[in-house]
Each structure stands twice: as C-alpha cells, then as structure tokens.
Design a protein around this ligand. Structure first.
Ligand SMILES: [Zn+2]
Ligand SMILES: [Zn+2]
Length: 87
C-alpha cells in the first residue's frame, strides 16, 4: 500500500471495478466491456447515494425498479465494494 494515494487514480480503479461487477465477473475476466465501462461513472454516482434499487435498475438498463435478480445482486456487490473503499 502506498502512502501517496492519488484520488484520481483511486476513482478510476473503483470505477473499473464497478464496471466489471456490472458487466459480470469471471475468474478469467479482468476488463469490463466498453458498454459497462461507459456506464461506470454513472453507476459510481448512484453507488455513492447508497440507493441499491436505483443502481440495480441502472445496471438492468430499465432505469426503474424492480430490476432483475441478477442486477440486484450486482448492485448489492457494487455498493459493498464502494463502501469498502477507504475515503
Ligand atoms: Zn458489459
Ligand atoms: Zn437485469
């Protein structure tokens, strides 16, 4: 762990992780698809509000609740990831 953390880099790394979760994680997968990467900033914004329902709906692509089970699971994981991030 470096003591000189770059906020911009950290935000990037967090967005990348969020995009990957939204895209669907696999052991051999390290990069989200371009579509989910483009969504990352918006998903990060929603995650910061802690609104799992809205986040799940955004991942699902409908923009409104209820989202499917898959996206609800991903939203929960993203919020847990976001909250685990030291601020
Ligand atoms: Zn994707
Ligand atoms: Zn869905």
């Amino acid at each position: 762990m470096s003591t000189t953390r770059s906020p911009a880099r950290d935000a990037d790394a967090l967005q990348q992780r969020i995009a990957l979760i939204a895209c669907g994680t696999r052991p051999d997968k390290t990069q989200p698809c371009p579509g989910h990467r483009a969504q990352a900033a918006a998903l990060l914004n929603i995650a910061s509000t802690g609104a799992a329902d809205a986040l799940a709906a955004a991942i699902c692509g409908t923009g409104r609740s209820p989202a499917c089970h898959d996206c609800t699971t991903k939203a929960t994981e993203i919020i847990r990831t976001y909250n685990a991030e030291p601020s």
